[in-house]
Write a protein that binds this ligand. Structure first.
Ligand code: ADP
Length: 447
């Protein structure tokens, strides 16, 4: 096992990683920007190193400073968290060359999954169901029209290097194709430095269902069930739950085992998430994330498996602490992402938290690094914490979530807590009856 792990991230996930390290007797180094000098994980870490000014480009994305921080402190591994450098194959490669362990998969696996065309081809080869569409990149109008006519309109044009919900365009008819193809290609070239695009069937009312997987890098692959992340705003997840209210135990087992076997075949190492759109009983692969996800706690709460602990074990060459047969789902968990934003306009609301009182009690978990007097910096994403609640069933979970949200007090700044207080009282949410467009429609109706 590692002696010392450098945490190359900030906020709640940095603290989450630190907690797992402490429980395993691993020393921690917090690599932080000047804006995060007061952060909770910096205070709790054994050592801390300032890696640059507030701008992420100069700090959390600054590979040279991070490698230097590792060398100065003698850390033998880096946990990248999510976002920032977590899916950067070049960073993983640099660490491999420096003999520092990247806590995540190999740079080759990051590369394959980072290119959506390659990822889709790989998924298909491994027996994972994909969205019908072009076999690879599409450049010619005529080819695009032929494929679209084949699979039927509407279709979606997607950038091979796109991410974060950007670089996609829905096309409703052949008449729109030429302009749409041109625009998406030139936008993708400008935004991602790669103008390759591909085409797939546009699904009208899907749910977003993703499978948590883990591989030991030696051919063993397991799944830890799925998460339903259909409640999204601008393709960003807002509330996540496990298990999905839409799946039966048989469907769960079936898609889970397809993913577990694929991960084993790939020789994948570490935690990953295979994302699907789900419509009319069918799964359609959209992408794989080769890192820990923001919403990983809902899986932890119903499996009682610590995913960061397992990531550390696998990265250090040890075996996972469990086999597929040990994964049992108990109860239901829901996570709310609490952002420092106005709950109606979603305008960021950085500033000092003058009062902080998180909820507690049975089945309540708050992953957050904030405290009374903490100043939310304006430089990063606005996530200030996650409220995760588990119950023996979905109804108990929702009752517990309702009262937990009512206990939660954050003073001095605006947060999205009021949005969740409304959502947990909505009949569609209570019934689990929603698709990926539900929240946008709801917000539009609310004005
Ligand atoms: P990103 O990497 O930018 O997150 P994804 O491929 O994961 O891109 O897609 C993001 C979101 O875009 C999905 O969650 C879904 O809402 C929508 N989307 C992507 N592909 C399709 C499709 N074929 N049909 C309908 N919606 C889609």
């Amino acid at each position: 096992m590692f002696n010392k792990v450098l945490i190359a991230n900030r906020g709640e996930i940095a603290l989450r990683i630190l907690r797992a390290c402490k429980e395993m007797g691993i020393q921690t180094v917090a690599a932080h920007s000047t804006a995060d000098a007061d952060a909770m994980h910096v205070r709790l870490a054994d050592q801390s190193v300032c890696i640059g000014p507030p701008s992420s480009r100069d700090s959390y994305l600054n590979m040279h400073e991070i490698v230097a921080a590792c060398e100065i402190t003698g850390a033998d591994a880096i946990h990248p968290g999510y976002g920032f450098l977590s899916e950067n194959a070049k960073f993983a490669e640099i660490l491999e060359a420096h003999g520092i362990t990247f806590i995540g998969p190999s740079s080759d696996h990051i590369k394959v999954m980072g290119d959506k065309i390659m990822a889709k081809q790989t998924a298909q080869r491994l027996g994972i169901p994909v969205v019908p569409g072009s076999d690879g990149a599409v450049t010619e109008d005529s080819e695009a029209k032929r494929i679209a006519a084949d699979i039927g309109y509407p279709v979606i044009i997607k950038a091979a290097s796109g991410g974060g919900g950007r670089g996609m365009r829905v096309v409703n008819s052949a008449a729109e194709m030429q302009v749409a193809l041109q625009t998406t290609r030139s936008e993708a070239g400008a935004a991602f430095g790669d103008d390759a695009v591909y085409i797939e069937k546009y699904l009208g009312k899907p749910r977003h269902i993703e499978v948590q997987v883990m591989g030991d890098g030696k051919g063993k692959g397991v799944h830890l069930g799925e998460r339903d992340c259909s409640l999204q705003r601008r393709h960003q997840k807002v509330l996540e739950e496990a298990n999905s209210p839409a799946l039966t135990a048989e469907q769960r087992e079936k898609i889970g085992m397809i993913c577990a076997d694929a991960i084993g075949d790939l020789g994948y190492s570490g935690a990953g998430t295979i994302e699907f759109l789900y419509e009319n009983g069918e799964f359609y692969f959209i992408e794989m994330n080769t890192r820990l996800q923001v919403e990983h706690p809902v899986t932890e709460m119903i499996t009682r498996i610590d995913l960061v602990n397992e990531q550390l074990r696998v990265a250090s060459g040890q075996d996972m602490s469990f086999d597929q047969k040990d994964v049992r789902f108990q109860g239901h968990a829901i996570e709310c992402r609490i952002n420092a934003e106005n709950a109606r306009t979603f305008v960021p609301s950085p500033g000092e938290i003058t009062y902080y009182h998180p909820p507690g009690g049975l089945g309540v978990r708050v992953d957050s690094g904030v405290f009374t007097g903490y100043k939310v910096p304006p430089y990063y994403d606005s996530l200030i914490g996650k409220l995760i609640v588990v119950g023996r069933n979905r109804e108990e979970c929702l009752n517990r979530l309702r009262r937990s949200l009512d206990e939660f007090v954050v003073g001095g700044i605006q947060t999205t807590l009021p949005l969740f207080q409304d959502l947990v009282r909505n009949k569609d949410v209570i019934a689990g009856d929603y698709d990926i467009h539900w929240l946008e429609n709801y917000l539009e109706k609310m004005g």
